[in-house]
Design a protein. Structure first.
Length: 184
């Protein structure tokens, strides 16, 4: 399965690390474009002057880790699509051109189901995407989450409650499923 990762799911670190941790295990093939990566880097500016530099370093590392993920997009291809937010048409154009099955995005309102269905693409929020993967591969997804959780605790120097961490990352359903599977 090929999935275009929108900039809005690459920017929050915990979310990005979980999505890419699952991709590393072979559950799906991530796809993005230089334009999507640039949107991510620019979005970090609101975090302070060094955040963009850090994001650009992370982007360079992703290029090494997922060498086939970054695909050039045709700027004119976006003109073919009429979406509520024309600034997102390049994401859909990339998905169509790269024959992606999904667009993983937190901005579902910008990718109407009817418009995408005619093109053979679906948009899904990252929580539903990861829950679906967890349904079929619970140990793989739980393992990726555990790695990110441990890393977040090491960086913060504190114990972080898993469900709260996942809720802040926009993954409340996944947190509930993982918590439920641990407490059984």
């Amino acid at each position: 399965m090929r999935a275009v990762l929108d900039a809005c799911v690459l920017f929050p670190t915990v979310l990005r690390e979980i999505l890419l941790g699952v991709a590393q295990k072979g559950l799906y093939q991530p796809v993005w474009s230089p334009r999507i990566l640039e949107e991510w880097a620019r979005a970090t500016r609101k975090l302070g002057p060094t955040a963009e530099v850090i994001a650009r370093g992370e982007i360079a590392a992703l290029g090494l880790e997922f060498p086939g993920a970054s695909q050039s997009d045709d700027p004119a291809a976006a003109d073919r699509f009429d979406l509520p937010d024309v600034a997102d048409a390049h994401v859909l154009a990339l998905a169509v051109d790269q024959r992606a099955d999904l667009i993983v995005t937190a901005n579902l309102k910008d990718f109407p189901t009817r418009a995408l269905a005619a093109l053979g693409v679906r948009a899904v929020d990252p929580d539903r995407f990861l829950c679906a993967l967890w349904q079929d591969h619970p140990n793989v997804v739980a393992g990726a989450v555990a790695q990110v959780h441990a890393k977040a605790e090491a960086i913060s120097g504190e114990t972080l409650e898993l469900r709260a961490l996942l809720r802040r990352a926009g993954l409340p359903r996944l947190g509930k499923r993982l918590y439920g599977s641990i407490t059984r």
